[in-house]
Design a protein around this ligand. Structure first.
Ligand code: G3P
Length: 496
């Protein structure tokens, strides 16, 4: 009987379940969106229980749609929105506060205070990250400081912290297992990415008790089995975990040092595999763990853009300029250019390379002749410009000139965006056949652990290109457009 791997991809705006076969082909998908809470400007929260029920709904739906018996699932892999922080009571299994999302800025005050005390370099040296609200550590502190009774419970050892992977394994295992993997741990500001241990000094500074933290495991090994009441009577092994961006790097088969992928999701994240050594950045990139597989960890350099696909979602839900994301391409191609309009989507500050928490979105270059088409086009172009900012930092840090860029994520279906991306980078952009690379990476990690696939090389052979976009814009035009973007970013950052 043919067996399959189930990938659970828990993203920022939706949960998905995707079933893959041995050839790495998709045989079924299910997707459920869930509510986004914006309690104050710049704050973003989720309901961790709703995330859990959305995952259960996806599992049931994908098995039904693909007509696959739950007993034919060989194992489960999880990829997840990273950094998003859940704190729950270990006695009741209930979260004590909403999940604070990676995009949320509510801990800027804590970060500012810690930066003011001169701690940024210490955190950067040990974790490869920066004192920015993006990461989990200050979010845990915020919950302990702001939820009534939380600090006391944490001190008594009654609270657990986890990123979403950790929360889902806990739930799927019926509350028995509290783990995470190297890639997720490396996004918490509490994990030393060189010693591969939770760091006591950083925990002290953040006032987070160690008893709350999950056990850190490899990205490909059996962590737990599903309890039968959550998986139709079956105890299926959960055997792969990676943060979604690292999972995408794995799914794109970027196994060699110097290989790079860029994922266009809610945000946009470019990762370069740097092999067995962490490379320290001088240009605002993060050093992070890519994964731990077969007893060894590998590192990556990362550029993080906070707003990408969510800017298109904003055109749809906030401004109601489009009815669905694909329409953004139709409108953009109705005009020859953005006609001098630049949109800087700094809704929650700016990440790489600016790391400016207080910046907010801005539009420049409007004239009486500006139309909705120009505005929509400027929004799509902003994804490509932000990517160029990151790529410049990556080339400067690594010294490696990029020959091509592997892309994935929802927005890569947009041909206009991919063409403009290549035009503005001056580098070919390779779109793979399977652009659900995040889920595929989680499936690969899970499958490797249970012998479904035998080795990374077998996986690398499955990667196939669907289309390459090559630059069509003259170099002087490219540089002129990019210069305009840099001016727009500088002006955005002045307005505070
Ligand atoms: O670091 C945040 C990232 O993991 C979120 O990914 O796919 O939801 O944009 P995505």
């Amino acid at each position: 009987m043919e067996k399959y791997i189930l990938a659970l991809d828990q993203g920022t705006t939706s949960s998905r379940a995707i079933i893959f076969n041995k050839k790495g082909e998709i045989v079924g998908t299910a997707q459920h969106e869930f509510e986004q809470f914006f309690p104050k400007p710049g704050w973003v929260e989720h309901d961790a229980n709703e995330i859990w029920t959305s995952i259960l709904a996806c599992i049931a739906e994908v098995l039904r749609k693909a007509d696959i018996d739950p007993g034919d699932i060989a194992s489960i892999g999880i990829s997840n929105q990273r950094e998003t922080t859940v704190v729950w009571d270990k006695n009741s299994g209930k979260p004590i506060y909403k999940a604070i999302v990676w995009q949320s800025r509510q801990t800027e005050g804590i970060c500012r205070e810690l930066r003011g005390k001169g701690y940024n370099d210490l955190f950067n040296e040990k974790t490869g990250l920066l004192l920015d609200p993006y990461f989990s550590g200050t979010k845990v502190k915020w919950i302990l400081d702001n939820v009534e009774g939380a600090r006391e419970k944490a001190d008594n050892g009654d609270l657990l912290f986890g990123t979403i992977d950790s929360w889902l394994v806990y739930k799927l295992s019926g509350g028995k297992v509290h783990v995470t993997d190297y890639s997720n741990a490396s996004r918490t500001l509490m994990f030393n990415i060189y010693d591969l241990k939770w760091d006591d000094e950083l925990l002290n500074i953040l006032t987070v008790p160690k008893s709350m933290l999950p056990e850190v495991r490899q990205s490909s090994e059996v962590y737990a089995n599903t309890v039968d009441y959550h998986f139709f009577g079956y105890n299926v092994p959960i055997s792969g975990i990676a943060g979604d961006q690292q999972a995408a790097l794995f799914g794109q088969a970027c196994f060699e040092k110097g290989m790079v992928k860029n994922t266009y999701g809610t945000g946009c994240f470019m990762l370069m595999n740097t092999g067995k050594k962490g490379v320290k950045s001088k240009h605002g990139l993060l050093t992070t763990l890519a994964w731990g597989v077969n007893g060894e960890v590998e590192y990556a350099l990362e550029g993080s853009i906070f707003v990408a696909g969510s800017a298109i979602q904003w055109l749809r839900d906030g401004l109601r300029m489009i009815e669905n994301a694909p329409q953004s391409e139709n409108y953009s191609t109705k005009v020859d250019s953005a006609d001098g309009v630049y949109f800087v989507p700094a809704f929650v500050g700016l990440g790489t390379p600016y790391w400016d928490s207080d910046a907010r979105g801005a539009v420049f270059g409007l004239t009486r002749g500006t139309t909705k088409e120009h505005f929509i086009r400027a929004t799509l172009e902003s994804l490509a410009y932000q990517t160029r900012d990151v790529l410049e930092a990556m080339v400067a840090d690594s010294g490696i000139e990029l020959k091509s860029l592997r892309v994935d994520g929802g927005a890569v279906k947009n041909d206009f965006l991919m063409q403009f991306q290549s035009d503005i980078l001056g580098v070919p952009v390779d779109r793979p056949v399977v652009n659900e690379t995040t889920a595929l990476g989680a499936a690969f990690l899970a499958g490797l652990a249970v012998g479904y696939w035998s080795e990374k090389e077998e996986i690398a052979k499955q990667w196939k290109k669907q289309q390459t976009f090559t630059e069509e814009l003259a170099e002087d035009k490219r540089e002129e457009l990019y210069k305009g973007w840099k001016k727009a970013v500088a002006a955005t950052r002045q307005f505070k």
